[in-house]
Design a protein around this ligand. Structure first.
Ligand code: GZL
Length: 312
C-alpha cells in the first residue's frame, strides 16, 4: 500500500516542473565551474527549476543550503560533498522530508540508505592511471615525486592518493618524497609547490609532480618556471581532470599527462531522478570506471580548442 501511495506521491512530482536544489561546493577549479555550467544546461533542457548554492568550499554552508532546500520543499537535492564525513544528520532530515538526495562527483561515508543514489567516477582508478603513466615514463629510472593532494578529507583526495600508490607499488625507483594539500586550487597549488621547490634544493632533486587536479598543476607549473626550471622536462607533471588549460600547458611543453573526468554528472543524476519520480525505484549508482589518459602526443592544441567553450 505504502509503495503505491509513495509512487503516486512521487508521480505528481513528475507531472509538474520539478524544483531541484543544488548544494555545489564552490568554484575552486575549472572542472567544478564546468560541472556547474553543465548542471544548469541539463536542468534547462529538462524544464527543471534549479536552485543553486555556492558553499565556497565550506561544509557548514552546504549543510545550511540543504536545510534551506528542505524548508523550500524542493522535489530533490543534488549534493557535491566537499568532504566525506559529517553528513548523517542533514541527510536524515532530507530523508524524513521525503526529498531524494543524489551525490555528484564525490562520495560520503554515510550509509547508502541516507541518499537516493550517486553519480561519479572511480577515483582510485584515476590515481592508478596517473601513477602508471609515471611508471612507464621514467622506465626504471629513479624518480622522487612530490604530490599535491586535493581537499583534505574529500573522497577524491583520499582515493586518488591510494590509486597512485597502488600503481607505483613494487617500483622502488619511484618515491613520493613530499605530499601536501593544495585544496584543488591554482593559488594553493602554486604556493605549496614553491615550498616543495625550496625544500628540495631549488627543485633540482624533484623528478615529477603528481597533482590530484589540473588546476593545482597549473599553479605549480608557474612556481616551477619562477624557480628557473622547465616544467614538463626538468620536473614531469601529471594530473587529473583534462581541463582546457592543462592542454594549453601540454602544447607549450610544460605538462605531460592528464586523466580525463567528465564534468557532466548532472545528466545521469537527472535521469536517475526521473526514474525515481516515475517509478519510485531507487536507481543504481552511476560510477564511470573508464578514465582516458591524454598526453602531449594527443593533439593538446586540438583538445584545448574542443574543450574551452564548455564552461570551464
Ligand atoms: C572529482 C572532483 C574534484 C575535481 C577537482 O570528482 O570532486 O573536485 O577533480 C574538483 O577539480 O575540485
Amino acid at each position: 500500500f505504502m509503495t503505491t501511495v509513495a509512487a503516486l506521491a512521487f508521480g505528481t512530482a513528475a507531472a509538474s516542473a520539478q524544483t531541484v536544489g543544488f548544494a555545489q561546493i564552490g568554484s575552486e577549479s575549472g572542472w567544478r565551474a564546468a560541472e556547474t555550467t553543465i548542471t544548469r544546461q541539463q536542468a534547462d533542457e529538462r524544464g527543471i527549476d534549479l536552485k543553486f548554492s555556492d558553499a565556497q568550499q565550506k561544509q557548514e554552508n552546504q549543510i545550511a543550503a540543504i536545510r534551506s532546500f528542505i524548508a523550500q520543499g524542493v522535489d530533490a537535492i543534488l549534493l557535491a560533498p566537499v568532504v566525506a564525513t559529517g553528513w548523517d544528520s542533514v541527510l536524515e532530515e532530507a530523508k524524513d522530508a521525503e526529498i531524494p538526495v543524489v551525490l555528484l562527483d564525490r562520495q560520503v561515508d554515510s550509509d547508502d540508505d541516507l541518499y537516493l543514489t550517486a553519480v561519479g567516477s572511480d577515483l582510485v582508478h584515476e590515481g592508478e592511471v596517473a601513477g602508471q603513466w609515471l611508471v612507464d615514463a621514467v622506465d626504471g629510472k629513479d624518480c622522487r615525486v612530490v604530490e599535491l593532494q586535493g581537499t583534505t578529507g574529500s573522497s577524491p583526495a583520499i582515493d586518488r592518493k591510494t590509486g597512485f600508490e597502488n600503481a607505483i607499488k613494487g617500483h622502488d625507483n619511484i618515491e613520493i618524497i613530499r605530499s601536501q594539500t593544495g585544496d584543488f586550487t591554482r593559488a594553493q597549488g602554486k604556493e605549496v609547490m614553491e615550498s616543495f621547490l625550496q625544500a628540495e634544493n631549488g627543485g633540482k632533486d624533484i623528478c615529477a609532480l603528481y597533482a590530484h587536479n589540473d588546476d593545482m598543476a597549473v599553479g605549480a607549473i608557474q612556481a616551477i618556471k619562477e624557480a628557473g626550471l622547465k616544467p614538463g622536462e626538468d620536473i614531469l607533471v601529471v594530473s587529473i581532470d583534462a581541463v582546457p588549460d592543462i592542454f594549453q600547458a601540454m602544447a607549450n611543453g610544460e605538462a605531460n599527462a592528464t586523466v580525463e573526468l567528465t564534468p557532466n554528472m548532472a545528466g545521469p543524476a537527472f535521469d536517475a531522478l526521473k526514474t525515481y519520480w516515475d517509478s519510485g525505484e531507487a536507481p543504481e549508482k552511476f560510477i564511470q570506471t573508464e578514465s582516458k589518459l591524454y598526453t602531449a602526443s594527443d593533439d593538446p592544441k586540438g583538445q584545448y580548442e574542443a574543450r574551452k567553450g564548455l564552461g570551464y
